[in-house]
Design a protein around this ligand. Structure first.
Ligand code: SF4
Length: 407
């Protein structure tokens, strides 16, 4: 499809956003199940070659985009020369307006320096997402992150000189965490003057080192009740300071909602490139292999390294759109939903919505349906119920945020 034709397609069909995955990390954190490789820095040049081939195979000509997200892994691990090459690749394949684009790089606080920030700014990167995770030494030790609170503060101060938006990722509900420790994390994050916070509760993913420790009885996961109290305190504290809770895990000061995040939660289209990267293009969801060797090999042979692909049926797309949009605090707007999916929200999901409205988990003002304050705690149940209207033979693999700190 040419760029000329593409501009006429709706946002759910043709992407205005791109995610690029940089899978290199110095160490695999105990809770991480992302597509990452460790101790493989010698492969960065070959990886960037492969990335270039992948973009060439997908894109016959440069594409206009409004949001760009360089995530991982640890993109900030790249040397200035490798980072420059990545930024040049992006500029070659994607057209963006420097004043309008939301251009994010995910970074480890220890990797940030003036040289890299100057380079990022020169290419229009205007948003830095720092994987802080916590300010508490014992939490950082448990999560196997090798920076300290002082390094986070230094990185934020430096980033604020070059980027219009600085975001921090924080993790809560790790074993043994107290409410006081979490409140202190939130207080310190806000005090740094960042504009965006992503707060993720620690989930124990199968096959991770943390999962093995839980299986062996060496670690006891956080109680559900504690987890709920920590989450409730997050919402109360940040909202009391004027922060907008715009999505289950995301908070922003007014004017700083992440447009890239919102593409995922609106059920809109996005490109994805790199190891394990997912994309949703022209109604088809697909994702790449998570094997670095295979990813590079296939691209050397001129073959796209797609591991899974699924073209969504209209009803699956409609159910998924509702499940995703309910994660947003603005919920599902009936008129926009009908325009986007072709389905009437109440005709498709009426009994499910009624059930959760009766429980008090949803609110309905006639125009939109959204999670209530209580319903936020049961978002996963409500969203799963929305998908239950889809016949069994059709599967759903709702997109996850493709970012490093989403445990
Ligand atoms: S959590 Fe982030 S830094 Fe840690 S291994 Fe995973 S991708 Fe790398």
């Amino acid at each position: 499809m040419s760029q000329h034709e593409a501009v006429h397609w709706p946002r759910w069909f043709w992407p205005r956003s791109v995610y690029i995955h940089i899978p290199f990390c110095v160490h695999r954190c105990c809770y991480c199940d992302f597509a990452v490789v460790t101790g493989a820095e010698q492969l960065i040049a070959a990886y960037l070659d492969a990335l270039e081939r992948e973009m060439t195979l997908w894109l016959a000509e440069p594409i206009d985009v409004e949001t760009i997200y360089l995530g991982g892994g640890t993109p900030s691990l790249l040397s200035p020369a490798a980072l420059r090459r990545l930024l040049e690749l992006v500029r070659r394949f994607f057209r963006y307006e420097p004043e309008l684009v939301e251009y994010t790089l995910e970074a480890n606080p220890s990797d940030i320096n003036e040289e890299k920030l100057q380079l990022l700014a020169a290419f229009g990167v205007n948003r830095l997402s720092l994987g802080a995770q916590s300010f508490q030494p014992e939490a950082l030790r448990f999560l196997e992150r090798f920076h300290d609170a002082a390094t986070i503060c230094r990185a934020v101060a430096m980033a604020q000189r070059y980027c219009a938006t600085v975001s921090l990722d924080l993790i809560f509900a790790y074993p043994g965490q107290t409410l006081a420790a979490w409140q202190e994390d939130l207080r310190q994050a806000v005090a740094l003057g960042v504009q965006h916070l992503s707060t993720y509760n620690l989930t124990i993913e199968p096959k991770t080192a943390l999962w093995a420790r839980v299986q062996r009885g060496q670690v006891r996961p956080c109680e559900e009740e504690t987890e709920r109290a920590l989450y409730a305190c997050t919402i109360e504290y940040l909202e009391s300071l004027g922060w907008q809770h715009y999505e289950i895990s995301n908070f922003a000061l007014p004017g700083y909602v992440s447009r890239h995040n919102m593409v995922y939660w609106a059920g809109e289209a996005y490109f994805g490139f790199g190891l394990g990267a997912a994309r949703y293009v022209a109604g088809t969801r697909s994702s790449n292999t998570r094997s670095l060797r295979l990813y590079v090999q296939l691209l050397q042979q001129g073959i796209l390294p797609i591991a899974e692909s699924e073209t969504l049926s209209p009803v699956l797309r409609a159910a998924e759109t509702a499940a995703l949009q309910l994660r947003r605090r603005q919920g599902v707007h009936r008129t926009s939903y009908r325009e986007q999916t072709g389905y009437d929200l109440d005709a498709l999901l009426g009994p499910i919505l009624q059930r959760h409205l009766a429980r008090g988990w949803l609110e309905d003002d006639g125009r939109s349906v959204r999670l209530s304050r209580e319903g936020i705690f049961f978002a996963d149940l409500v969203c799963a119920d929305c998908l239950s209207v889809v016949p069994d033979e059709q599967t759903s693999s709702l997109p996850k945020a493709q970012a490093c700190a989403t445990p």
